[in-house]
Write a protein of this length. Structure first.
Length: 470
């Protein structure tokens, strides 16, 4: 389907839209599969080459860098994607206006943080600077522009090449030194290469000019997305890692990070779906085609939830074996945590595209509400459970946070009642597998049941039409 074609009311229009989304997801997945495989291989190389202490320290550094980049993105990439999708002719205008505030904010924040660390504990000054600047490439990236242009093939290409650069740079890093700081520098170089590729592939009519003109207006629109990005990233990838390192040990944070890297890789398909749906949903919203928009969201839900259930089933069936093969025997103790994390995947698969699509309707505060509820539940449970239960407590906190955010986002889309059967399946499979873990019995039967549930969700998605909300 031509991305520039206006939506229409033809009976098969939703099928055409879903086909376009599937094609976009496939294009992203083709490149991102290379990216994730290369990054996963890099994680395995690092896990096997660094000591547990240095591997845990590396992941703490990446967590710090991740928090920095989310803080300085200011919600502008999501806003830019929406505006470019709504007005493609203004892509060049938005290019410099979206990126310049992010880069300046990152440099300012890192400089201030490094000055504080230099006063408090000078020995950690270099580590703080490297961790903060490791994400400069992400702040300067034009990935948001490619998504708004629906140039998913180009975005996938850039993503794949960035992953290859990450594997090459980290492999060279461990050959040079077993120091986590050297590995962080390798990650930084790879991200800068990726940022350059995204700008090259955007094919703008003229190079973007750094500018702050209109920044205040953009920030007034983007602040709910900025808040959402901060809290989602906090409970999605970083708060638990930092609390584990602070209250337990760097070694336990390292064990947790092994399974968590796998969990992040599995979530990639869900993120692709949300990114593919946003520009399409934006065009439908601009055209006033709310019925088609609702059908698009409901039609995308079944295959995504089925995918998440299969991820959960895989962790329940072979999680310990996979961790042992990929990371080593010392990571086997993280298998129950991996299963808990993977139980969150189908919840995220249902909720994230629904919540992210709220941005298309300029309802970013509703998106923020779900993110905040998830953050509050995650932070409270992390502080309560991690000191006592360790990494298993972190897994429970992540699962509850994803489920909480999902229910809020479904409410924002007014689609809870239509998706009650799907929610019932999620609750049942989650309770069954979590109950087996709590009772310390085999999770294989629960995994087999979850496989059947995934097939049932797919069958229902093919035979039932979900009515759009009133």
């Amino acid at each position: 389907m031509d991305p520039s074609a206006p939506p229409n009311a033809a009976p098969d229009s939703t099928s055409l839209l879903l086909r376009g989304v599937r094609r976009s997801v496939a294009l992203l997945a083709a490149g991102e599969a290379v990216n994730k495989a290369a990054r996963f291989a890099a994680a395995v190389v690092l896990a096997r080459s660094l000591s547990l202490d240095q591997f845990g320290l590396l992941n703490v550094g990446l967590a710090i860098g991740g928090i920095v980049v989310v803080l300085v993105r200011l919600g502008l990439p999501d806003l830019g994607t929406r505006e470019v999708a709504a007005s493609p002719a203004r892509a060049a205008e938005y290019a410099g206006r979206i990126v310049t505030p992010q880069v300046l904010a990152l440099l300012t924040l890192v400089a201030g943080a490094v000055a504080v660390v230099a006063v408090v504990d000078p020995a950690w000054t270099a580590f703080a600077a490297i961790a903060g600047l490791s994400m400069l490439g992400l702040a300067a990236s034009a990935d948001w522009l490619l998504r708004g242009q629906e140039r998913m093939r180009q975005l996938g290409t850039a993503s794949g090449l960035t992953g290859i650069a990450t594997l090459a740079s980290t492999s060279a890093a461990v050959a040079i030194s077993g120091d986590a700081r050297v590995a962080l520098i390798a990650f930084a170089l790879a991200e800068l290469i990726g940022a350059g590729l995204t700008w090259r592939l955007a094919h703008l009519p003229r190079p973007p000019r750094p500018q702050l003109r209109g920044a205040r207006t953009l920030l007034r629109q983007s602040w709910p997305m900025a808040v959402s990005g901060v809290v989602i990233y906090a409970y999605y990838a970083n708060i638990d890692t930092l609390i584990i390192a602070a209250t337990r040990s760097a070694e336990e944070a390292g064990i947790y990070s092994g399974g968590y890297r796998l969990f992040l890789a599995l979530n990639a398909i869900v993120i692709f779906a949300g990114q593919a749906i946003l520009p399409v949903a934006t065009r439908l919203s601009v055209a006033g085609a709310q019925g088609e928009r609702a059908s698009l969201l409901s039609g995308a839900a079944a295959p995504l939830v089925a995918y998440g259930l299969l991820c959960a089933a895989g962790a329940a069936l072979v999680g310990e074996f996979v961790l042992s093969v990929l990371f080593g025997a010392e990571f086997q103790s993280g298998a129950p945590t991996l299963t808990l994390l993977c139980l969150a995947v189908p919840w995220y698969a249902l909720g994230f595209p629904m919540g992210y699509a709220l941005i298309a309707e300029r309802r970013s505060r509703a998106y923020m509400a779900g993110a905040l509820l998830g953050f509050v539940s995650n932070l409270a449970l992390c502080l309560l459970l991690i000191p006592r239960f360790g990494i298993e407590g972190a897994g429970v906190a992540t699962l509850v946070a994803f489920a909480t955010a999902t229910l809020c986002w479904l409410g924002g889309q007014r689609m809870v009642r239509q998706l009650v059967p799907t929610l019932a399946i999620l609750v049942a499979t989650t309770a069954l597998t979590a109950g087996a873990l709590a009772a310390e019995v085999s999770t294989v039967p629960a995994g087999m049941v979850t496989v059947g549930a995934a097939l049932g969700v797919l069958w229902r998605g093919r035979t039932a039409r979900v009515a759009p909300p009133a």
